[in-house]
Every structure is written in C-alpha cells, then in structure tokens.
Design a protein around this ligand. Sequence first.
Ligand code: T46
Length: 150
Amino acid sequence: MIEGVKITSKRVIPDDRGKIMHIMKSSDEQFSAFGEVYCSTVYPGVVKGWHMHKKMTLNYVVLKGNIKFVLYDDRPDSPTYREIQEFVMGENQYVMVTVPPFVWNGFKGVGLEEAFVINFTDIPHDAEEIVRMDPHDNDLINYNWSLKDR
Ligand SMILES: Cc1cn([C@H]2C[C@H](O)[C@@H](COP(=O)(O)OP(=O)(O)O[C@H]3O[C@H](C)C(=O)[C@H](O)[C@H]3O)O2)c(=O)[nH]c1=O
C-alpha cells in the first residue's frame, strides 16, 4: 500500500426500490474540506492518466461500472518510493480510495460498460495544479495497461 493512500469500504444499502451508496459524510475520517464533486466517466478499455495533483487530495468512488485503478509513488522521501499499487474498484468492490498530493494515478475502464468515477475533492478543479503524462510512453512509470489473459 502506497504511503498515505487509503482504501475505505463504503456501505451499499439495497432495498426493493433501488439502493443507497454512501460517498462522504463530514464526520468521515477521509473528509478534510469540501472543494468540488465531479464525475469523470471512462469507456471500456480506455485509460485516463497519468495524473498527479500538486495540491488536491482525491477521494474516488465508482458508482457504476468498474475501473482498474493504478498508483505510482514518485516521492523520494516516502517509504514506498517507486512502488506501484493496482486494484479494481467499482460495483464489484465498492470502496473509496483517498490519494494524497504528489502520488501519480490513472485508471482504465474494465468490463463492458462506461464507468462513472466520482471525485470528492478538498479544493476546486484547477488545471494548473495537475501534471499529466502519457500512460503508455513515458520515462518514469513502467506499467503495461493491457489485459493479460491468464
Ligand atoms: C475535472 C474538471 C474538468 N473540467 C474540464 C477541463 C477539460 O476541458 C475537460 C476534461 O477534463 P480532464 O481532461 O481533466 O478530465 P479527466 O481526464 O476525466 O480528469 C479529471 O478527472 C480525473 C478523475 C482526475 O483525476 C483528473 O485530475 C481530473 O482532471 O473538463 C472542468 O471544467 N471542471 C472540472 O472539474
């Protein structure tokens, strides 16, 4: 687990009308401040990333569909420097992942449907604080996004 990254199970409460999917309460440990909530969707097989935020802490949940979420630690002073972390999240595993600033992250839509990724943030979206890098061709993160049959 990359230092500072947290994965928290979130409740799903189904009944005969539909369901409630918890996202964030002001009393939650992951809550620090409200900046913005937005939804980023991704089609099956598409990679969104790499992104690194210099100020924003991300809190992602996936309400519909599933993604493979991947993180890379490029902080030299971190105990998990140069580690990669990957997992599937979404309807199959309803969790919130909290990503601190300066941790690279990206995700790929998996399965057969568009995935709806909610980001509950501590500051409003600001294009100036995001660093972006090609997910397939870069000199920093050696990660193969392709599906491996096994
Ligand atoms: C996020 C956002 C974007 N935009 C505009 C800026 C661009 O013209 C367009 C697409 O934005 P972007 O390419 O940043 O979208 P994603 O690739 O889905 O990435 C965004 O959502 C993922 C999950 C990240 O973690 C990114 O940091 C975040 O930027 O929407 C806005 O006007 N307001 C917003 O809040």
